[in-house]
Design a protein around this ligand. Structure first.
Ligand code: A3P
Length: 318
């Protein structure tokens, strides 16, 4: 899906394969760095620097001891978890006016990260090896949120299709399934992302991490909020956790997004596309998109890649 370019000045940067889809459609502009396909940032974010230098700067960013980082593959519920943690850490039910992209490592880079005032709840789709070195050195609390891969695939397709030019994916869903299973998608394949997370966390055993699942948050939001509060060492009352879960329901967050959110660093959605970070918010929407044959083929490929990984996904609300 991505027109991944090479950068000959960095030995880790190699060229991705065919930059066009099988139907000859334009793919999303990406570059490859350290084995990962990443969006080429727009000029206002690059500020004249090379994409690879901007990404590398993240590793050198200074962190504060009580920073928190949400790590997640795209479309697994980062916005939701970010709002929950902002409420828990601030002890209020106020929704953030700013969008969570204003706290995203890959939008901020080193100078932007360091300029964020405390208390800071960052988020990222990058693997651990590309995060600030101080994440591991300072034992920063990291929360991973995961989602079943079929709903993630559907959500990612809708996201990419609705993006503003030049980032708008122009292939169809059937083709996107193949792209989603390949490494040639922004932030790489979901299976590789999860396997990398597992391996990188195993190599940093003192890093405090919590694994969350989107489906668990959906099925029992109060329990999920309490789990996060406990991990963060917060003395949030049961009542407050219930109120946070309610304030962060899909319906309420969608309304808040439409009425008061601001601060997106770049134009994300194409005019008239209806693009939104709050599309459906359900478990099992994939059944409206995959045929039985596509679903079976997906299972075979996914299960082969994820064999013995230990991740358990919920594909249906009951
Ligand atoms: P869908 O496209 O399936 O609707 P991310 O925040 O990582 O980009 O993930 C976006 C996905 O999370 C979207 O999924 C979105 O609707 C869903 N989502 C966002 N807020 C939610 C909430 N409060 N409850 C449930 N799902 C939510």
């Amino acid at each position: 899906m991505s027109s991944c370019q090479s950068d000959e000045r960095d030995p880790k940067v190699k060229e991705f394969q065919d930059p066009r889809t099988s139907k000859g459609l334009q793919r999303i502009p990406c570059f490859q760095h350290d084995g990962l396909c990443l969006f080429v940032p727009p000029p206002e974010m690059l500020k004249g620097a090379r994409p690879v230098d901007r990404v590398n700067s993240i590793k050198e960013a200074e962190l504060k001891d009580d920073d928190i980082v949400i790590c997640a593959y795209p479309k697994c519920g980062t916005h939701w978890l970010w709002e929950v943690i902002e409420m828990l850490t601030s002890g209020t039910l106020q929704h953030q006016k700013a969008v969570k992209e204003t706290r995203m490592f890959e939008f901020l880079y080193k100078e932007g990260i360091e300029a964020v005032p405390p208390r800071r709840v960052f988020n990222t789709h990058l693997p651990l090896r590309m995060l600030p070195k101080q994440v591991v050195e300072k034992k920063i609390k990291c929360i991973q949120i995961m989602r079943n891969p079929k709903d993630t695939c559907v959500s990612y397709f809708n996201h990419c299709r609705d993006m503003a030019e030049p980032y708008n994916y122009q292939g169809d869903f059937v083709e996107f399934i193949e792209v989603f299973m390949s490494e040639n998608v922004p932030f790489g394949s979901y299976s590789t992302y999860l396997q990398s997370w597992k391996a990188e966390v195993a190599a940093a055993p003192e890093l405090p991490t919590l694994d969350m699942y989107y489906e668990d948050m959906k099925l029992d939001p109060v329990k999920a909020v309490k789990k996060v509060a406990r991990f963060l060492g917060l003395a949030s009352s049961d009542k407050f956790c219930e109120d946070v879960a309610d304030a962060c329901s899909f319906k309420k967050m969608k309304k808040v997004d439409q009425e008061m959110k601001s601060g997106l660093p770049i134009k994300i959605w194409a005019d008239g596309s209806g693009g939104t970070f709050y599309r459906k918010g359900e478990i099992g929407d994939w059944k409206n998109w995959f045929t039985v044959a596509q679903s079976e083929r997906f299972d075979i490929i996914w299960n082969k890649k994820m064999k013995d990984s230990g991740f358990e996904f919920t594909y249906s609300p009951v």
